[in-house]
Write a protein that binds this ligand. Structure first.
Ligand code: ADP
Length: 493
């Protein structure tokens, strides 16, 4: 038997630094690379977006007009390639689908042709594997955008020896985003009619792409052990708890890590001054810089500044934060919010900002640089998520010595040790309600006022490390359970 050139090929709709709208991109920017460093042969396939940033990683055309066969017509994709620190990344280019201002939606809503776009992506990625001789033992699909590839493989490998040996893994980064479309689009997908049933892709008479991945993958993963438990319950299962419970034996929660090459205050070029757990002084300089940059009241240097970074969505509990701003202001603190999302939250945030000049700052938009500056310059990080598959921003806030105040859900539970505890690195509260958040913030502010107690929590936070190497080894273990031939080709560090 011929050895395929790759152990694992990732299919993903986002990958940092090329494209990013959330945590999925961060994970794809580091997990495949960590697997390469541990000795696996890995590649990534992702769309070629018009708004993509290629930066220091030039992208070259490697295959023009790669045929993408649909059952009833043929079309083509151009395939580009970049070398990302030794990891090959292939980009599927087709301007009419991916050369747009946004990835998935505009302010008016989702792109009307999202299903066609990602049917195309999945089919093109698989045909690229075949036509370009990329070959793999495992195809590892991320979220609904890539989930159809898993379903295609489940059927194709029955009859086509080329695909027969391939195993599949489906990773769920956020169960709330499922990619639900009409039956007409199921017909366009080219999946056989036998997939249209409750154990397959059908979900209350709609075509559910994520469900397709869950139904047909050999293994399913999600991004924290607690979320893996939560999603088999009606409270967190978003309607898919039944099929997930039936597949529980194949479902694993593997905690994401943080990329400490990017998210460490001792080597972050964006910061005013470096600092670390052993030399924490630079954090004050970062706080001063934040106050100056955002025109905050200079008196806040003596009071805690709270930070919030994330999508302005109900999931993240931004409404809960905005509900308690008047009460927060009575605590004589500052508040900085960075995010974009629902128009009504954006408008509400900006009106609150006007009520508290110098005390509340809202930045609507997506800026990577500002997110580092806020993580470093604030004292307490707010994350009152209603659910949180893993959450990366709390890991970054821990690394930057900005203890989080967060709800007891998903990955927040798996990464935050709540005060009072000698190992505490933050504050956890149960119910995602304004009262719950306010009580917890009050507690955090009281501890902040006790400099010694705060220094211990801050140090614990900065020493909390969520290593990608540990998580990557868990993925390797999972791959090996599917394919005995997967071995690490080089000596591991
Ligand atoms: P999710 O993937 O649910 O949005 P995560 O916490 O897993 O949440 O990851 C969010 C990622 O997106 C982090 O890297 C965070 O810094 C970044 N991010 C979110 N909103 C913004 C924003 N408005 N500006 C800059 N970065 C942001």
């Amino acid at each position: 038997m011929i050895t395929p050139p790759h152990d694992v090929i990732f299919l993903t709709s986002e990958m940092y630094p090329f494209s990013k709208s959330g945590g999925l991109a961060d994970v794809m920017g580091i997990l495949p690379l960590t697997l390469v460093r541990l000795g696996l042969r890995v590649a990534v396939i992702t769309p070629f977006y018009g708004r993509m940033s290629t930066g220091q990683h030039p992208v070259h055309l490697v295959h023009e007009n790669c045929p993408v066969g649909y059952p009833w017509f043929d079309t083509t994709a151009d395939i580009y390639r970049a070398d990302y620190h030794g990891l090959p990344v292939y980009f599927i280019e087709r301007g009419e689908y991916f050369d747009r201002r946004h990835y998935y939606c505009t302010y008016k809503g989702d792109y009307f042709d999202n299903c066609e776009r990602f049917i195309f992506f999945c089919r093109a990625a698989l045909t690229a594997i075949r036509h370009m001789g990329l070959g793999a033992r495992i195809v590892h699909a991320q979220d609904w955008h890539a989930a159809l590839a898993v379903a295609y493989l489940a059927f194709w490998r029955r009859s086509d020896p080329f695909w027969a040996g391939i195993r599949t893994v489906m990773s769920i980064h956020n169960l709330a985003f499922q990619g639900r479309f009409s039956y007409r689009l199921f017909e366009e997908s080219g999946l056989p009619l036998e997939a249209w049933n409750m154990e397959g892709v059908e979900f209350y008479n709609s075509f559910n792409l994520l469900k397709a991945g869950i139904a047909y993958a050999d293994k399913i993963t999600t991004v924290s052990p607690t979320y893996a438990q939560e999603i088999i319950t009606p409270e967190f299962g978003c309607g898919l708890e039944g099929i997930l419970a039936r597949r529980q034996a194949d479902l694993t929660g593997i905690l994401n890590g943080a990329d400490y090459d990017i998210w460490s205050p001792d080597k972050d070029p964006i910061l005013e001054q470096p600092y670390s757990a052993d030399k924490p002084k630079g954090k004050i300089a970062c706080k001063k810089a934040l106050i100056n940059t955002l025109d905050l009241d200079p008196a806040l240097i003596h009071r805690p500044i709270l930070g919030f970074i994330g999508r302005l969505r109900r999931q993240k509990g931004i409404d809960i934060v905005l509900d308690i701003v008047p009460e927060l202001m009575k605590l004589n603190v500052g508040l900085v919010v960075l995010g974009e999302g629902r128009a009504e939250d954006e408008v509400r945030l900006m009106s609150i900002v006007e009520d508290y000049p110098g005390r509340v700052v809202g930045i609507i938009g997506y800026t990577e640089e500002m997110s580092h500056i806020i993580q470093a310059g604030t004292d307490i990080f707010l994350m009152p998520s209603r659910y949180e598959p893993c959450g990366l921003t709390q890991m970054y806030s821990l690394s930057y010595g900005t203890p989080p105040v967060a709800t007891a859900v998903g990955g927040l539970r798996d990464t935050i040790v709540s005060y009072p505890n000698s190992e505490a690195n933050g504050f956890i509260f149960d119910a995602p309600t304004p009262q719950g958040l306010l009580t917890s913030v009050r507690k955090a502010v009281t501890v902040w006022e006790d400099r010694e107690a705060w220094a211990i929590i801050q140090r614990n936070a900065m020493l909390s490390k969520f290593s990608w190497e540990k998580s990557a080894r868990e993925y390797i273990h999972l791959y090996q359970s599917l394919h005995r031939d997967i071995t690490l080709s080089r000596r591991t560090p």
